[in-house]
Design a protein around this ligand. Structure first.
Ligand SMILES: CC(C)(COP(=O)(O)OP(=O)(O)OC[C@H]1O[C@@H](n2cnc3c(N)ncnc32)[C@H](O)[C@@H]1OP(=O)(O)O)[C@@H](O)C(=O)NCCC(=O)NCCS
Length: 159
């Protein structure tokens, strides 16, 4: 399957917001609406990257660059495209940008109940740093993960 990664376009904001609601924020009030995604597209401290298959958005990531790190706000891959390496490619794309601009750490929060995503991030070498209790609308804890960017992503072939 030919997947191409690139910066998101304005017309892709609605599908990104829908994917966020359905794949990431299910069961809690949606905080990533179309306007918020559009704001990220014009704010130079954010990057919104999409993985496209033909013209479809198969996956996306939104990350914020701060002075010394990159914080991953959102990452999702549509169900029909999962487990085909797209999530990993999106993280690698962000990591490459972050390293080029001198950032040392990638951080993120993940819902404690999201065991699939925890498996994914653990596989990519992220470590648990702390827990924010009831962070998601009082319904779910957030596990705070981080990863130093001075080494490559954990290789799938290494185990
Ligand atoms: C988490 C998510 C982004 C992973 O994307 P993906 O494209 O399916 O992941 P990849 O194919 O790149 O996976 C790379 C490796 O991570 C691990 N991995 C991926 N999904 C996993 C899961 N559900 N359980 C355990 N390990 C997993 C595997 O080792 C996988 O390699 P393999 O398929 O060769 O075994 C995707 O499942 C998703 O969008 N889920 C719903 C939204 C979500 O949870 N987002 C994260 C919120 S913080």
């Amino acid at each position: 399957m030919r997947i191409r990664l690139g910066l998101a376009r304005r017309r892709e904001a609605p599908v990104i917001a829908l994917m966020s609601r359905d794949l990431v924020e299910h069961g809690i009030p949606s905080s990533w609406n179309e306007d918020r995604v559009l704001n990220c597209l014009v704010d130079s401290s954010f990057v919104v990257v999409v993985a496209r298959h033909i013209r479809q958005v198969a996956g996306f990531a939104i990350a914020e660059f701060t002075y010394n790190k990159i914080h991953l706000d959102l990452l999702a891959v549509s169900q029909g495209y999962q487990r085909q390496g797209i999530g990993r490619q999106l993280i690698e794309w962000l990591e490459s940008s972050a390293k080029t601009s001198g950032r040392k750490i990638m951080s993120l929060e993940v819902r404690a109940s999201n065991t699939g995503a925890m498996g994914f991030y653990n596989r990519l070498g992220f470590y648990e740093e702390s827990v924010k209790h009831d962070y998601y609308a009082g319904k779910d804890d957030a596990i705070c993960l981080h990863r130093r960017l001075n080494s490559g992503l954990a290789s799938i072939d290494s185990c």
